[in-house]
Design a protein around this ligand. Sequence first.
Ligand SMILES: CC(C)(COP(=O)(O)OP(=O)(O)OC[C@H]1O[C@@H](n2cnc3c(N)ncnc32)[C@H](O)[C@@H]1OP(=O)(O)O)[C@@H](O)C(=O)NCCC(=O)NCCS
Length: 147
Amino acid sequence: MPIRKMTEADLPQVLAIQQKLSFQDWSEKVFVSEINASYALCVVYEREGAPEILGYAVFHLMGPDSELLSIATDASVQRQGIGAELLQAGLGKIDLSPGDKMFLEVREGNEKARRFYERHGFEAYGKRESYYDDGETAILYRKGQYV
Ligand SMILES: CC(C)(COP(=O)(O)OP(=O)(O)OC[C@H]1O[C@@H](n2cnc3c(N)ncnc32)[C@H](O)[C@@H]1OP(=O)(O)O)[C@@H](O)C(=O)NCCC(=O)NCCS
């Protein structure tokens, strides 16, 4: 499996992917603090046989209130299943059947990501108007059982 934990040495490549996609602007400091947080899972997808990072994801694994904070696949290799593997790295660590949930928020206009999340069983359950700095609305998604 070409997925492994992110280290600080990966950050130049991780930041380059983020910058090219321009969907988020986390600083190196933010990534370092996530890598070192006990509740966070930060993973990268590394091309097999070559030390090139093609994607990454950051989760907060807190049982019933787990969260996907960031996920990205390099534009040159999207729609090849890498995002699905990155997402599964986090979903596989929580137990969705007895009530653990995974939450996330995404820009209303980010159709690619919304389709990706919906395809993986996330349901939109609310929105936050003017949530982002530029005024765009955030759509709130969750995955889990609600009984
Ligand atoms: C969302 C993202 C991580 C998906 O990564 P990926 O490696 O392409 O994911 P997968 O190959 O596993 O899944 C592809 C699915 O995502 C959706 N998708 C991806 N690109 C799409 C596009 N251009 N148009 C429509 N749907 C798209 C589709 O459901 C697609 O399935 P399909 O190809 O069978 O139609 C990737 O598009 C990305 O990095 N986007 C930019 C960063 C971002 O917006 N992150 C999420 C916000 S935090």
